[in-house]
Structures are given as C-alpha cells and as structure tokens.
Design a protein around this ligand. Structure first.
Ligand code: RIB
Ligand code: CA
Length: 328
C-alpha cells in the first residue's frame, strides 16, 4: 500500500452497524486518513447502542483517542425503524466486544452533541474536511441547518447511500436514504460537493467465505473482529434462506476516499424522491439529452453529484484486507 503523503482530514458519521464497524477499522488503520471525530446517529441500531458499538470498535482497533459524540435519536420526520433483522438487536450481529473505557466527547465535563462537535472540529481545521457519511444523514442535515457557516469548511460529503438502479429497503430506495429522505435531500441541495457510493458499487465488494474464516483465526484482534463481522454479512436467497454475502459494505466508501481510481463515476443530477411508494429513491438522471420535462419547464431542479457506478471489487478487497492487517 503506497502511503498517502498527507492524510485526508475526515469526519465519520456512523450508525454502527456491522459494516460501519468494518469501516471504522479501515479508517483508523489507513495512513491516508486522519479521523478527526466520529458522530453517531440512529439507523442500523438505536443511538445509545450505536455509540457503545463505535467506542468498542475503536478499542478493538487499538485506535488513538478520537472524539465520538451521539447525535440524532431519530430521523427528521420518519420514526426510527428497526434494522435488527440485518445487524442483530445489538447492531453487531451478537459479536461481543470487550467493555470499553472510552467516553463520549465532553467539554468542561459536559457531553457535547454530535452537531456541536462537528461544528467545533470543522471550524478548528486548517483545511477543508471530508465528511464520510455511512448512515442516515440526519446529523449532517441538522448541522447544515443549524450552522450553515461550516459549509465552506467541508471539502465534500462522501456518502454511502442511494442507488442508480435497484434499492434494498424498498424496490427503489436504499436503506440510509430511505431511513431519512428529507435529511438526504437537504444535504444534496446544500451546495456542498457530494459523492454517492451507492448500492451499484456497495453490493459488488465481497470477501470470499474462506478468507473470512481465515480472518476469524487470525492472531490479530482487529482481523478476528473483521472476520466475524464479514461472516455476519448475510443476505436472503431466492427461497428466503440466509446466504453469505461477505460484503465489506460501508468500508467500501472509505476505499473510495483513498483509491478513487478503482471506480467509474459520472457527475449527474441526483434528487431524492420524498413522496409515495418511491419515497427515499435517489433519482439519478443519466440522460445525455434534454427530456420532455425540461422542454416543458417541468424539470426537477437537482444538484449535481458524482455517482460511483462501477468498481474494481478485487482491488478494494485487497486494499481493505492489507490495510486492516496493519492493526494489532
Ligand atoms: O443500505 C446499506 C446501508 O445499510 C449501510 O450503511 C449498511 O450499514 C446497511 O445497514
Ligand atoms: Ca451504516
């Protein structure tokens, strides 16, 4: 792995979550990433569980102290929806982490909410910061609404979410965007540069089962954890039976951060559908010509987003495994 000359300053926003855990291991291990802080949000699990999981994974990674703060307990409008059928009731598929001694971010002995921590870290940074959002974008939307002055300090928002093809939560909507569609719409319309690592690539990057089993027997704690987490990445087969997927999931978005050349992307208009049966769909306009909608003045105004459409999956698996192999 070629070391990056200057690590990219990053704020992570997570709903840890099996694959957020895989992403955190990668983020703290990769020399090209400097994690300034981690904000937590309800999504794959309830917020208190997300916070505990995040602190525990940082322990398992042997990470240096990193500020972690809890944020939104629920989406802007939707109720929080249970994702325990994917991530287990504890968000980590029943994998027990050692009790953590880490605490959440405090100032003057008082816990600081996620958007306040994000504001402080963004304004204190000497250079623009990339926000890597691996969860419903509730915290980001609240941040941009409460503190619009931080926008110039955001290099871009690289988010796992959305799809230019099929969904997973619904036929057309991906979970993170579906969970809080208004939040995703606020971020996409904010004027901040955005990059979508959606299901089109997310569903491609998978570790073979034999490799996951090998990792479980590693002498290194972080690799053992990764092996168990990857083994928990199950899908549903045609007969509704559980099938191994081996997806590294959210961790792929961090691979995209440090190795964008393994992706084919298009810069295209994207908006979030907010109503009806397609609520939560990211409408990715890949047309190369003006349609009837724009000819008749009916065009939906949508900001441009760089959308990842194809990935060299083996390259990301190699990158992922070689990076976490550097952890103890
Ligand atoms: O749709 C994919 C998202 O939901 C990821 O963020 C992952 O954590 C999953 O639960
Ligand atoms: Ca997630």
């Amino acid at each position: 792995m070629a070391p990056s000359p200057h690590p990219i300053p990053v704020l992570l926003d997570v709903d840890t979550g099996v694959d957020d855990a895989l992403a955190i291991l990668f983020a703290v291990a990769h020399p090209g990433i400097h994690v300034l802080g981690i904000s937590c949000v309800a999504g794959n699990a309830a917020l208190p569980q997300v916070v505990q999981n995040t602190l525990g994974v940082l322990d398992a990674a042997g990470a240096a102290p990193i500020p972690v703060a809890g944020g939104a307990h629920r989406p802007l409008i939707n109720p929080a929806r249970d994702a325990s059928h994917v991530h287990g009731p504890d968000g980590l598929g029943g994998i027990e982490l050692e009790p953590t001694t880490r605490a959440t971010y405090e100032v003057d002995g008082h816990p600081v909410a996620a958007i306040e921590m994000m504001r402080q870290l963004l304004l204190a940074s000497d250079e623009p910061v990339t926000i890597v959002a691996l969860a419903p974008q509730t915290n980001l939307a609240l941040l941009l609404r409460a503190y619009p002055e931080v926008a110039p300090k955001i290099a871009r928002v690289l988010f796992m979410g959305g799809s230019a093809s099929v969904g997973n939560a619904t036929a057309v909507a991906e979970f993170n965007v579906w969970h809080d569609p208004e939040a995703a719409a606020i971020v996409l319309d904010s004027g901040v540069s955005t990059f979508m690592y959606g299901l089109d690539v997310f569903n491609r990057v998978a570790v073979p089962l034999e490799k996951a089993v090998e990792l479980q027997a590693s002498t290194r704690r972080a690799e053992r954890l990764a092996g168990h987490l990857i083994s928990h990445r199950m899908g549903v087969g045609a007969g509704k039976e559980p099938v191994y997927t081996g997806l590294i999931g959210d961790a792929g978005a961090l691979c995209a951060l440090v190795d964008p050349d393994a992706l084919r992307t298009e810069l295209v208009p994207v908006f979030v559908e907010l109503a009806g049966a397609t609520r939560g769909q990211t409408v990715v306009d890949r047309r190369r010509f003006p349609g009837e909608d724009s000819m008749h003045g009916l065009h939906e105004q949508a900001g441009y987003t760089e959308v990842a459409l194809e990935v060299d999956a083996e390259r990301y698996i190699d990158l992922y495994l070689s990076t976490i192999a550097t952890l103890a």
